[in-house]
Design a binder for this molecule. Structure first.
Ligand code: GRF
Length: 198
């Protein structure tokens, strides 16, 4: 199960990888918090089940959390991947599923929805991407994998984000594949892939 809010290039990378049976994971459905996005169009073109759970359709956030949890549960995923999903997941979803998120910075640096412009504004020479388990905080869950990406003088947000996304897509595909094939264990803030209970 993959959750998206935008262009869905991370989703596309997962779809491309899952086309190979040896990858060991398949995408059972794609969910979004809004309609009319390329991420949903990509899923629908591939014939994948999709759903939209809008926060605004519920008087309270807890109602959205409940509806999203039910929509995800309908597909009985082993793993939920948040790939550019731009909402903070609630306690019901997080209590029911393991969620992996990809973030375009080297957490704990630059959490939140503006990681790439924040890194540019700060003037870092190196940033990167992080694949992590989602906990109740904003981009605070245990880190699974990270990779550094250089920042160049001439970079604007688009150039830097694209350089990060090139790495991010590869890292996410690698991590999700290993989790699906080998399982994982979590000890405190440490995630170990392989040889374990789900
Ligand atoms: C990714 O960089 C993700 O880390 C961030 O938003 C971007 C989503 O890109 N949250 P896409 O929708 O997968 O193309």
């Amino acid at each position: 199960m993959v959750l998206v809010s935008g262009s869905g290039t991370n989703l596309q990378a997962l779809m491309d990888a899952a086309a190979d049976d040896a990858y060991g994971a398949r995408i059972v459905a794609v969910g979004a918090d809004r309609d009319g996005i390329e991420g949903l169009a990509r899923a629908r073109r591939a014939g994948l089940p999709t759903f939209v759970a809008k926060v605004g359709d519920h008087p309270a956030r807890s109602g959205w959390d409940h509806a999203l949890c039910a929509a995800i549960a309908d597909h009985r995923p082993d793993l939920v991947v948040s790939a550019g999903f731009m909402k903070i997941l609630g306690p019901e979803v997080l209590g029911a599923f393991t969620v992996v998120n990809t973030h375009p910075a080297l957490l704990p640096a630059f959490p939140g929805a503006h990681a790439v412009p924040d890194a540019l504004a700060y003037g870092v020479r190196v940033t990167g991407c992080t694949v992590h388990l989602v906990d109740a905080g904003v981009d605070t869950g245990p880190v699974i994998a990270q990779e550094a990406v250089p920042v160049y003088e001439a970079d604007d947000e688009g150039a830097l984000h694209e350089r990060i996304k090139t790495v991010e897509r590869r890292l996410l595909v690698e991590v999700v594949g290993r989790m699906a094939r080998e399982g994982w264990t979590v000890t405190g803030r440490h995630v170990r892939l392989g040889a374990a209970e789900r």
